[in-house]
Design a protein around this ligand. Structure first.
Ligand code: SF4
Length: 280
């Protein structure tokens, strides 16, 4: 399932990643609960959306200038619409499953390619939630139904959080937080990109700033839709390097917005940049 780990992934987590993390813990100054001290303390009095901090589309970060200084309108393309609908489908399927509505239908979308992707991810998600629920119910026959749901589908999806302590927007939504295994997930539609680890890092820092619990493990779930839907997971340690990188990105982008700096055109641009028509 999008957020359930399979047996191999669970073994990797238990026998490889968690022992390594215990040997090499995150320095305390890079924990989100130290938001009031450098280096986590925001240097500029600016609040940035998480996608602005983490997106790596533009080599010069001119996309940040357009989005937050010029307040230019983005042109939503097929990729963005597909990503949004897939995220909505996963979130709604899990929420329906938690209510016991395992037969709920996926929402219809106008575009056939998007509808087919939404159907695929919906059926996959809801059927695996059902399987996890039925397995747990059979094994915990004395548990209350609410407990069975909360432990078999232990996911806070699109969980809203206030990121302002760390210089992020007042409301940000993490794709999924598994509160039983303490893992933060980010879903990407398309091929895996190592830059996506910045998102899990940002969400982990915000969780730490709010709840004062350590969040060490992130997982980027890459979903592709070709002839068949394929899903791959990148389970990783949200280590000191990732945390420092996230802080650098936040401060670099906050400086652009605070001082209204136009960083200029990049030499090579991402073909999917949403500002191509006004920038190039
Ligand atoms: S078109 Fe190129 S330079 Fe302009 S914002 Fe997009 S990636 Fe950056």
């Amino acid at each position: 399932m999008v957020y359930f780990l399979n047996e191999t992934e669970q073994k990797f987590l238990t026998l490889n990643l968690r022992p390594k993390i215990r040997q090499n813990p995150v320095p305390d100054e890079l924990r989100g609960w130290n938001w009031h001290s450098p280096p986590l303390k925001p240097y500029y009095d600016i609040r940035l959306p998480m996608y602005i901090i983490c997106s790596q589309y533009c080599p010069t970060r001119r996309d940040v200038y357009f989005a937050l200084v010029e307040k230019a309108k983005k042109e939503e393309n097929f990729r963005i619409t597909l990503g949004r609908k897939v995220h909505d489908a996963i979130c709604n399927a899990i929420n329906e499953a938690k209510k016991g509505n395992f037969d709920a239908d996926p929402p219809s979308c106008g575009n056939e390619a998007i509808s087919s992707a939404v159907r695929a991810v919906w059926e996959y998600t809801i059927s695996l939630c059902r399987s996890a629920y039925l397995k747990m119910r059979a094994e915990q026959s004395h548990a209350k139904d609410e407990d069975v749901v909360l432990t078999s589908i232990p996911f806070l999806v699109e969980h809203r959080m206030d990121g302002s302590l760390l210089g992020c927007s007042g409301i940000i939504a993490v794709d999924c937080y598994d509160y039983m295994r303490n893992i933060v997930f980010d879903v990407k539609v398309g091929d895996f990109n190592p830059n996506s680890r910045l998102y899990t890092t940002g969400y982990a820092l915000v969780l730490e700033s709010l709840y004062e619990i350590p969040v060490d493990i992130g997982c980027v779930v890459a979903i592709s839709f070709g002839e068949k839907m394929t899903i791959s997971k990148d389970i990783h340690y949200i280590d000191a390097n990732l945390r420092s990188w996230w802080i650098e990105e936040r401060d670099r982008k906050a400086e652009i917005v605070f001082n209204e700096i136009d960083p200029g055109k990049a030499e090579s641009c991402n073909e999917f940049c949403l500002f191509r028509s006004i920038c190039l």
